[in-house]
Design a protein around this ligand. Structure first.
Ligand code: SF4
Length: 335
């Protein structure tokens, strides 16, 4: 991906050296010690982590808070210590191990990538960007994270935190969600990378974005980059902006459908021999604390949510392969 064609802002030329030095120093003193960072080793000046650990932790971190991932990762790696063990596990075993993490489809994507590496690369983790992008379920961010954190490559890694921090540092941002276009941010991110320090630099940006330069309440007065930042102390940064209005998500009985999905999978974890579809909808309602009797159209909608889980591979029907899901069909976790 070409990143050099974008012109860099004047603020970059004025402040990049000072920002780089101050942020790396701040990270040396105040960087967080997450389990996935503790597993790092140094090869010469290069810091790296086992690519399998990077893959698992990055997939977990996509939609789960770092503190929860930190609590769950050691146990997960204990149960699946290698790519091979993850690839060979039954989907039911994996989904049970994923309990409490949410967004269960990530577990399937993780296992899909592990299986592809075992089958297409003889179990050897690729470092090449094209080969990584070809693995199922890996987006551009994860590809770059693996290259940087597992193979010590100096590549820019841009997640939402880093996009926000770099936008605020070098462009005057007037409201919380204001960010520069991805190509502009990527050009700045690439130009900011200190040679041989990609691991520390990208982690430092992430830490600043998650602790000080947060989305809603940036702590500018406590920020090590305050004196060089283009957006420091802009009062509007903490105010509401019309762009912040979120699109309402689909609900059932007033509860977001993603919660129903999660509770259905949770109920399946405890239904070893399978459970009729209509009972699973009831079990999910109980887990959600929904106490009213569901109307017919609501039950039908519940079955539709379950049907989507079947289609995505998060559940399976016993003895029935095709056709519309019926309320008496017995469902369970995929084997
Ligand atoms: S000074 Fe404020 S806006 Fe700038 S990087 Fe620090 S926290 Fe973010």
């Amino acid at each position: 991906m070409a990143t050099t064609a974008q012109p860099l802002p004047l603020t970059f030329h004025l402040f990049h050296r000072s920002i780089r030095g101050q942020l790396l120093e701040w990270f040396r003193q105040q960087g967080k010690e997450f389990p996935w960072r503790k597993l790092k080793r140094e090869e010469g000046a290069t810091v790296i982590v086992d690519p399998y650990v990077v893959l698992v932790s990055e997939v977990m971190l996509q939609q789960t808070q770092a503190a929860r991932v930190a609590a769950r990762l050691p146990e997960f790696l204990g149960q699946f210590p290698s790519l091979g063990s993850l690839a060979a596990a039954s989907t039911a075993t994996l989904l049970r191990a994923w309990q409490g993490m949410g967004y269960n489809r990530r577990a399937l994507r993780l296992q899909g990538a592990a299986r592809a590496i075992m089958e297409d690369h003889a179990g050897v983790f690729p470092s090449d960007a094209t080969q990584l992008r070809a693995l199922p379920g890996l987006g551009e961010y994860t590809v770059r994270a693996i290259q940087c954190f597992a193979f010590g490559m100096d590549v820019p890694v841009v997640d939402v935190n880093i996009q926000r921090v770099l936008s605020r540092l070098f462009f005057r941002c007037h409201w919380p969600r204001a960010v520069m276009p991805p190509a502009t941010v990527m050009a700045v991110a690439a130009a900011m990378l200190p040679a041989g320090e990609g691991f520390r630099w990208n982690q430092a940006l992430m830490d600043l974005g998650s602790t000080i330069c947060t989305a809603r309440k940036p702590n500018c007065s406590g920020c090590p980059l305050h004196s060089d930042c283009a957006s420091a102390e802009i009062p509007q940064l903490t105010l509401f902006h019309p762009d912040d209005v979120r699109t309402p998500e689909p609900t059932l009985c007033g509860i977001p459908q993603r919660f129903w999905r999660g509770k259905m999978v949770e109920a399946l974890r405890h239904a070893e021999g399978g459970v009729p579809a209509h009972r699973l909808v009831d079990d999910a309602a109980k887990l959600l604390g929904y106490q009213k009797k569901m109307k017919l159209n609501e039950e039908r909608e519940g079955l539709n949510i379950l049907a989507a889980l079947l289609q995505e591979g998060l559940a399976t029907r016993i003895g029935v392969q095709e056709g519309e899901l019926r309320e008496g069909d017995v469902v369970m976790l995929p084997r």
